[in-house]
Ligand binder design. Structure first.
Ligand code: ARG
Length: 469
């Protein structure tokens, strides 16, 4: 059979052009969605009396046979048929004869491909919300196990104030919660049906777009046919959300790489998530964390790539838009790979609490608390800051930590110091003194974990409601 659009042509397509313009090598990924969309379209054509009922049945059973052949791998796609849409239509006509040619009535590949991608991303977004929720559960698990693990909190990567390790982990919970909410919000704009827009202007056939939307589980149909076929915002939104997720993962990756270094030794990553060196027998490298950090680059690249493809593109469909797919598929795979490994990597991470505690004991991260101590004795904060700055300098010069100072030494800096300063300086006390909503005190962190658990349950039920088989 010749090309589906061959009528207007007198010459064969140049072989290189055929290869250059074809998208089948990558859009075959959309085969299931393409058939799903076609089944709904032809059903509607029947219901609207555009295609006779018996033809509709023949086409539906033909499409199901094509689907089986695709699933079993027995259907060979050809570059000659350009893309997944025409490969499937060709296979359908081969399967059931010329009646298969009725499927494309009132439809264009422009609204068809947009529909396929809406179907595809809609499902991926729900799956990603589910994967993020699993990662949140791992973080909650580690946080619960580390409600009394204290480590130095950092600013400028310099020790700042002691915090609970649970509190640190729950910061990541919040980032992933925002990612989840962004994905959930984007779902509203993904779950819109373009089909029925035709090539760009609508169709002369008396189709019912709402019927198709209902069958495919779309909440709405696109309001404007030109917009329906030229909108790729929903893909950009996904790529942008994916970029932000990767950015969050890469920050945690960086911390895991640092924490597992000998210099920090705060955590040990499970052997199953590390690899060795071909030359240095002692090495255990945090490759997964490094690679997720590294793969963040390609996800950003895919976002910038598509933004650039769409920039200044006139309405409506342009072939440039075929470039929307590879970056999207690559991002989906990259994100799946990362999230799949991340939840168990976090869950199996061994936390070296003694080492964290030792780090806290050997720093000045309780300095703010002595300043606050003097403030509570009615000294203006700025003066207290100055006094403690001098006290710390004295400690550094004399190779001591604050807890090593005698009461006389303290008193030499301010008469306001008393015996109770030693309690104030204990790391537990320093942590628990920050008993403000969202702070690191143990009761606050426990309450935060409690609230997080509820959010996790809500997310799980959202995923369950939105997963379509
Ligand atoms: N393979 C094309 C794409 O992915 C499908 C739409 C083609 N439409 C057209 N009129 N050439 O964008």
């Amino acid at each position: 059979m010749s090309k589906l659009w061959g009528g207007r042509f007198t010459k064969k397509t140049d072989q290189l052009v055929e290869e250059y313009t074809a998208s089948i090598t990558f859009d075959k990924e959309l085969a299931e969605e393409d058939i799903q969309g076609s089944l709904a379209h032809v059903t509607m054509l029947g219901q609207c009396g555009i295609v006779p009922a018996e033809d509709v049945e023949t086409i539906k059973s033909g499409l199901n046979k094509v689907l089986e052949r695709i699933r079993s791998g027995s259907l060979e796609f050809s570059v000659e048929d350009e893309d997944i849409h025409m490969n499937i239509e060709k296979a359908l006509i081969e399967e059931i004869g010329p009646v298969g040619g009725k499927l494309h009535t009132g439809r264009s590949r422009n609204d068809q491909v947009a529909t396929d991608m809406h179907l595809y991303l809609r499902q991926r977004v729900v799956e990603f919300v589910g994967m993020l929720q699993k990662l949140q559960e791992s973080l909650i698990g580690q946080a619960k196990a580390n409600l009394d693990t204290i480590l130095p909190g950092y600013t400028h990567l310099q020790r700042a104030q002691p915090i609970l390790f649970a509190h640190h982990l729950m910061a990541y919970f919040e980032m992933f919660q925002r990612d989840i909410e962004r994905l959930q919000d984007s779902y509203k704009r993904i779950n819109v049906l373009p089909l029925g827009a035709g090539a760009l202007a609508g169709t002369t056939f008396p189709i019912d777009r709402h019927l198709v939307a209902q069958q495919l589980g779309f909440d709405r149909v696109y309001e404007n046919s030109l917009d329906a076929v030229s909108d790729r915002d929903f893909i950009l939104e996904f790529l942008s959300n994916a970029s932000m997720i990767m950015m969050h993962l890469s920050r945690l990756c960086e911390e895991m790489v640092l924490w597992s270094s000998t210099e920090f030794s705060f955590v040990e990553l499970d052997d199953a998530f590390c690899t060795g060196s071909s030359i240095m027998p002692q090495k255990k490298n945090p490759d997964v964390a490094e690679l997720v950090r590294g793969k963040t680059g390609r996800v950003y690249g895919n976002l910038v790539g598509l933004l650039t493809v769409l920039k200044a593109l006139p309405l409506a469909y342009n072939k440039d838009m075929q470039e929307d797919k590879e970056g999207m598929f690559d991002t989906v795979k990259t994100l799946q790979g990362a999230l799949q490994l991340f939840a168990p990597m976090v869950a199996t991470m061994q936390v070296n609490r003694d080492r964290m505690r030792q780090a806290v004991n050997q720093d000045f991260s309780n300095a703010t608390d002595i300043a606050d101590y003097l403030v509570n004795k009615n000294l203006p904060f700025r003066q207290a800051h100055e006094i403690i700055g001098k006290t710390v300098l004295y400690c550094i010069q004399n190779k001591k930590y604050l807890l090593d100072l005698s009461l006389e030494e303290f008193k030499s800096f301010s008469e306001l110091f008393d015996e109770d300063i030693y309690d104030v300086l204990q790391p537990e006390q320093v942590v628990n003194a920050r008993n403000v909503y969202g702070g690191t005190a143990a009761p606050q962190v426990s309450a935060a974990i409690e609230r997080a658990g509820e959010k996790c349950l809500q997310t799980a039920s959202w995923v369950e409601q939105h997963l379509k088989e």
